[in-house]
Design a protein. Structure first.
Length: 425
């Protein structure tokens, strides 16, 4: 039976870790070679993915362990430069396992395309005309993507809003499109552009913007968990986490950092799987502001038994087909490691990882402080920046941690001292 509970995974060598991941995800020798080859994205392919290519930028590719989501084990690929994020996700997932793991769900994968109509004499009349032509508008939209429709997706409904702006009243048509397993931007934009001329014709107005909205309120992912108080360190720790949450709920300055911790996990998985990180960030922070105040995306509370319950809901516009999810070979391997079959399943994993990273950050803040664990890992980056290589990286980092001074000037001093000893011996 496969399990993502792998004690001491971080202590293993890269090759040993890869062997375990290979067995878990049934990777091929070609997949392993791709992961070991830091130049796995060929320049010729990169040059076709974006413009003005001059090289390929590399980031660490890791897996988080211990994730149990909807009673299924996952090893979660994460791509990120920040120390402690992967370790924090793995540690939090281990604690959540003790409470039965994460329970996650999603709404249907419906994205919103916006068609901006201006220069109409009576916006309310234009709204009624558009709504009256809903079926024909949907027919025009769906004619642009018969394959999506055949798969069960396509334009399903419309909404019409009237908004006031500095340029006067605007009639905004929302085209609601089920994009199935794609992120959906291309399909939605194509449909929005297709229906725009007809909306102009029936209203006598003029359409300007025809584009997807990244505030994907129709495409939400939710995760919840219960963590036994004993696992966290007692009811005092639970109370400390609740005080941290209350701070975020009352103060946007704290809420921004609270939500950044959530996005640490979400974006790391998005990068690994080739998804649009900017769309996810924009949607998450806009969703956090829908009430008129910027609020934390997650909610934490105490159960009757004194355990900790967490809940996270956020837009999750991700795909497993199209774009970089298929053109980037490492993104394909990441999806293979996850073993997800649908974009909705990927969204459930990502929202669970976001909740895990949030839990880890809140627990650290409520106990030892965020810096202790973070700086231990950050010390290695400082050692590398100072010029350390090989075994010297760990030696320099260990010395800085022991001294409690983690700065590049001190790293250089320690490095020079260690090198001089080597020369003497």
């Amino acid at each position: 039976m496969k399990t993502s509970r792998i004690p001491g995974f971080y202590k293993l060598s890269i090759i040993e870790r890869l062997r375990l991941v290979r067995d878990f995800a049934e990777l091929t020798d070609e997949d392993l070679a791709m992961l070991l080859n830091t130049g796995s994205l060929q320049l010729s392919l990169a040059d076709r993915m974006i413009e003005n290519v001059i090289g390929v930028f590399h980031l660490p590719f890791a897996v988080a362990t211990n994730f149990l989501i909807n009673e299924r084990d996952y090893l979660v690929p994460m791509v990120i430069e920040e120390p402690s994020v992967v370790a924090a996700a793995s540690n939090a997932a281990k604690m959540v396992r003790e409470g039965g793991g994460f329970k996650a769900s999603t709404t249907p994968p419906v994205m919103i395309g916006q068609i901006q109509l201006v220069d109409v004499k009576d916006p309310h009349e234009a709204k009624e005309v558009i709504l009256g032509e809903k079926e024909h508008i949907l027919e025009i939209a769906n004619s642009k993507d018969p394959i999506l429709v055949k798969l069960g997706g396509g334009a399903k409904d419309i909404e019409v809003r009237i908004i006031d702006s500095m340029k006067g009243s605007m009639v905004i048509t929302h085209l609601l499109v089920d994009v199935r397993d794609a992120m959906g931007a291309n399909a939605v934009n194509t449909m929005a552009e297709a229906v725009a001329p007809y909306i102009e014709k029936i209203t006598g107005g003029r359409v300007y913007l025809r584009i997807i909205s990244n505030l994907a309120v129709k495409r939400l992912a939710r995760a919840e968990c219960v963590v036994p108080k004993e696992v966290l360190g007692g009811e005092d720790v639970v109370d400390g986490i609740l005080y941290a949450y209350a701070f975020a709920a009352a103060d946007p300055y704290r809420a921004a950092t609270h939500n950044k911790g959530i996005m640490n996990g979400v974006i790391a998985v998005a990068l690994a799987t080739g998804n649009d990180t900017r769309a996810l960030e924009a949607g998450a922070h806009a969703y956090a502001s829908l009430s008129g105040r910027y609020l934390p995306l997650s909610v934490w509370e105490k159960t009757e038994k004194g355990d900790l319950r967490g809940y996270l809901e956020m837009p999750m516009a991700v795909g497993i087909v199209g774009g970089a999810t298929r053109s980037n070979p490492l993104a394909r391997i990441a999806l293979k490691i996850l073993g997800v079959k649908t974009a909705s399943e990927l969204a459930q994993v990502m929202v669970s990882v976001g909740l895990a990273n949030n839990l880890a950050a809140l627990r650290a803040l409520a106990t030892e402080g965020i810096q202790r664990g973070h700086m231990k890992l950050h010390a290695r980056n400082i050692a590398i920046a100072a010029g350390a290589t090989g075994r010297l990286i760990d030696l320099v980092a260990e010395r800085m941690v022991e001294e409690g001074v983690i700065r590049i000037d001190r790293a250089k001093e320690i490095l020079n001292e260690l090198k001089s000893r080597q020369e003497v011996t």
